[in-house]
Design a protein around this ligand. Structure first.
Ligand code: COS
Length: 388
């Protein structure tokens, strides 16, 4: 990575700087050898390797320490670094965190025992929230978790579930009906081997990773499968997203920084109109805009992470700004990098061509850009009303 100056920003402690350099070294030494032809095997291998290296320890709280908490700056720095080197490595790391997030934040000591295995890479997790009719409108979830005696019976279908098909455990959000809408949902820990859990479709996307539609055909869940209190599912989902949305911005930054470095090399080495491309003022203008977008996005990402790490309970606005701006601006940075590469930019298998595909889904998953706008504007309007 050419520009390290952000590491000197006051958001970080020495431990963050040291960790970033170690992760970077690890990526340079380990990621090239991972074959991506079969994404399931590649992901399993990546989770194992990330576990062995100790990086996954940062994705979930340590169950042996009751007051342990997630450090969002660390999550962001690791995602940014992994994304710079390999989008699939970032995906494997991120999903361990998102999948286990509800257990880290709301799990009982017994439920938290699984975190030992998610942190070591022995167990793969998935976060099963989205449905065909409720990706953005979470309060509208239709999957039913019906109470029968002391058990819950889970019936319904989830889609766009990352790690679907390879996960060992799913955190599933279903309607328990304590109240209408957002107040009637609960979260459950569901082992992949549960009778009635079925992978009905594997979904192929432009930046391939394990993704599936998962059906629950009357899956019986014991009373201790519920995470938090009945009816708290919506708040649990939003609290998990409050932590992980900033990290999506960080991954986008990693992609953008890589594309910028590729563009700097390309423009320095390619001759055009009798000199290197970097002599052309229009090219210099593009490079300046890319650098500006990256720094502005980084400021928002690390501001949000810092706020959460300082103990701010709700960071919905900061996280929404970080995700919205970093993903949208990174898309522009990468698009410019493709443009500066000319025909080589769209050639299959090239670095910027693959970044162009990698970045796109980040503007959709964990809350599409327009949902982030809803979160930001609602808070601005609430503050305005309070001032009246
Ligand atoms: N932490 C804790 N509680 C929260 C919260 C948060 N971050 N955000 C909202 N809540 C609470 C609210 O305070 C409210 O509580 P009360 O019922 O006690 O008043 C309740 O949850 C409902 O909140 P709200 O009225 O904002 O809910 P909406 O149905 O209007 O939904 C959006 C809000 C659209 C922002 C939400 O559905 C959302 O984030 N959607 C996108 C989901 C997403 O990311 N999907 C991708 C799937 S993961 S890959």
């Amino acid at each position: 990575m050419a520009d390290d100056s952000f590491l000197k920003w006051p958001f970080f402690d020495e431990v963050h700087r040291d960790l970033t350099l170690s992760v970077r070294q690890w990526c340079a030494n380990n990621l090239d050898s991972i074959d991506h032809d079969d994404v399931d095997s590649a992901c399993r291998l990546l989770v194992t390797e990330l576990g062995k290296s100790g990086w996954l320890n940062h994705t979930a709280v340590d169950p042996s320490r009751s007051n342990d908490r997630l450090d969002v700056r660390t999550l962001c720095l690791i995602r940014e670094t992994l994304a710079y080197y390999d989008g699939l490595a970032d995906f494997a790391f991120a999903m361990q965190g998102l999948g286990a997030g509800a257990v880290s934040l709301f799990g009982t000591p017994d439920q938290r025992k699984i975190l030992q295995d998610t942190r070591s890479g022995k167990l793969i997790c998935a976060f099963a929230l989205s449905e065909q009719k409720s990706g953005s409108d979470v309060a509208n979830i239709e999957t039913l978790a019906k109470r029968k005696g002391s058990e819950y019976i889970l019936t319904g279908e989830k889609t766009w579930i990352s790690n679907g098909g390879i996960a060992d455990v799913y955190v599933v959000f279903g309607r328990t009906g304590e109240a209408p809408g957002s107040r009637g949902l609960s979260a459950f820990l569901v082992p992949a081997g549960s009778h009635g859990l079925e992978i009905v479709e594997r979904l192929d996307v432009i930046a391939p990773h394990p993704l599936a539609r998962v059906r629950f055909n009357g899956v019986k869940l014991p009373p201790d499968a519920i995470i938090g209190q009945p009816g708290e599912g919506f708040k649990i989902a939003m609290s998990v997203l409050d932590v992980f949305r900033s990290t999506v911005g960080a991954a986008a930054l990693g992609f953008a920084r890589r594309s910028f470095d590729e563009a700097l090399s390309r423009c320095s080495n390619r001759e055009l109109f009798g000199g290197p491309m970097t002599d052309l003022q229009m090219v210099q203008g593009h490079l300046a805009d890319m650098a500006l977008r990256i720094d502005a996005a980084a400021l928002l990402v690390y501001r949000a992470a810092w706020c959460k790490d300082q103990g701010q309970q709700r960071v919905s606005r900061e996280a929404a700004m970080a995700k919205l701006f970093a993903t949208e601006e990174s898309q522009k940075v990468i698009d410019t990098a493709v443009q500066l590469h000319g025909g080589d930019g769209v050639k299959k298998g090239g670095v910027v061509e693959s970044l162009y595909r990698d970045i796109r889904a980040l503007r959709i998953y964990e809350g599409a850009s327009d949902i982030q706008r809803v979160v930001i504007s609602r808070q601005a309007l609430d503050n305005h009303r309070e001032d009246l």
